[in-house]
Design a protein around this ligand. Structure first.
Ligand code: GLN
Length: 445
């Protein structure tokens, strides 16, 4: 089979399925075929893939699913876009997301609602819902997403695919449209841990263009896949908050742990005493950073501009028209938390709590190699279910947020179904131990 055949197969699948699924914001058939005709060489030579539409692609629209960037065509590509090109893979299009990656359902996209491939009345999760749905539906063998508080792992769980959030700093953020810079991380959606390892080999490495990129040597993420779990220490969290946890998910998690123990892993109990504060901490820090990052969308430098005679009116009207409700809510919360007089009470205390949460994980990983817990407390929500209740929506991020606050890697691996909807098992490890996560996932799959 040639690269052109693979790319055509992907484009045909998109054509057949995506009018219904709505996972893509933009498909680039001519560009993709042309790239495939060059017979690209490399570890991913000729493999079609998709990018979340908050990852810059030179000459191809990048909207972050926001009206404010509706017609934006970036003058440069993200580092990951270039790395994947070097590895020979072929970009077929850009996928839907919550506006600026703020959300858990992909419903805050200004442009369309993506469906869950397992149920047309349910969300695919978010914010990388388009990438997760596209991989789950077999439209592309892999896609990239970004994860600030769970946006790779949660949609992976809801759509029944593998999703990995690497260690903070492992993958370059250069060319990723910033949401909360100290939490954002790019990572892959695939069908298996092995595929994710192959993609990771292509997208990792130090990048001088990202000042927070980690200076760690290149490694082969496939190296430990076949090692099995014999002797590996699995951490189970004592007193994990379980309010709102679907009993079917708890059962599936326990069954997964049992099957890994049967394969030779050892179970140890660990404590993460500050877990209950993670959601509150995240929903101060992430909006604070977002309010600052989104200040650049002023109608002058990027995208949409509402033409008015007075400059301040231009800013105000551009931002009023360009941003959706959820983005405005985050900007207001973040600006408030950073304002003088409230900074010490909110932002500073959140940073202090972040340190305590990171230390919880450091201590836990002295006793174990991985920590297992559910990725999400529930399976995918019906459309509109939590749209009017942001707090309920935020509380659902309870199991994914700590990894971003602590900077550690985490994955979601498919772990059965409840009522026809997929369940995800979350695997966490200490910084730069992605290989251990992939090894456990591979043994479990
Ligand atoms: N659901 C979380 C939020 O709305 C996480 C989003 C993300 O990881 N980008 O902020």
């Amino acid at each position: 089979t040639t690269a052109v055949d693979w790319v055509r197969t992907s484009l045909q699948a998109i054509e057949q399925v995506d009018a219904q699924l709505q996972s893509f914001l933009h498909v680039a058939p001519e560009q993709a075929i042309k790239a495939a005709e060059q017979q690209p060489q490399g570890t991913l030579g000729g493999v079609p893939y998709a990018l979340k539409d908050n990852i810059n692609t030179e000459g191809m629209q990048t909207t972050a699913a926001s009206r404010i960037l509706e017609n934006y065509i970036p003058p440069y590509s993200a580092t990951v876009t270039k790395q994947l090109q070097t590895a020979g893979s072929v970009l077929v299009g850009k996928t839907n997301l919550d506006e600026f990656a703020m959300g858990s359902t992909t419903e805050t996209s200004a442009f369309k609602k993506t469906r869950n491939p397992y149920s047309e009345s349910h969300v695919p999760g978010g914010s990388s819902g388009g990438s997760a749905a596209a991989v789950a539906a077999g439209l592309v063998p892999f896609a990239l997403g970004s994860d600030t508080g769970g946006s790779i792992r949660q949609p992976a769980a809801f759509c029944g695919v593998f999703g990995l959030k690497p260690t903070y700093g492992r993958v370059s953020r250069y060319g990723l449209i910033a949401f909360a810079s100290s939490l954002d991380q790019i990572g892959p959606f695939t069908h298996t841990a092995e595929d994710a390892a192959i993609v990771m080999n292509a997208i990792c490495g130090h990048d001088a263009l990202d000042s927070t990129s980690a200076k760690v040597p290149a490694e082969d993420f496939t190296a430990d896949l076949a090692m099995g779990v014999k002797g590996l220490r699995i951490g189970i969290v004592r007193n994990l908050p379980e309010a709102g946890l679907d009993p079917a998910i708890k059962q599936a998690t326990d069954a997964a742990i049992q099957s890994l123990t049967a394969a030779g892993a050892q179970v140890v109990e660990v404590d993460l005493p500050h877990s209950e504060y993670a959601v509150a901490t995240y929903y101060l820090i992430a909006p604070a950073e977002a309010s600052s990052n989104l200040a650049r969308y002023d109608g002058v430098r990027y995208g949409r501009r509402v033409e008015t005679s007075a400059l301040l009116d231009m800013y105000e009207q551009t931002r009023s028209e360009g941003f959706g409700m959820e983005v405005k809510r985050r900007i207001i919360i973040g600006t408030y938390a950073l304002s003088s007089g409230y900074y010490d009470a909110y932002y500073k205390r959140a940073q202090q709590m972040r340190t305590l949460i990171r230390q919880d994980y450091e201590r836990a990983f002295e006793q174990c190699d991985v920590i297992l817990m559910p990725t999400t407390p529930t399976t995918a929500f019906p459309f509109g279910d939590k749209a009017d209740d942001p707090l309920q929506m935020y509380l659902n991020d309870i199991y994914t947020i700590p990894a971003n606050l602590a900077g550690i890697p985490g994955a979601s691996v498919p772990c059965g179904f409840a009522n026809g909807l997929p369940i995800g098992l979350q695997i966490l490890a200490k910084p730069f131990a992605e290989r251990t996560i992939l090894r456990v996932a591979h043994a479990y799959e």
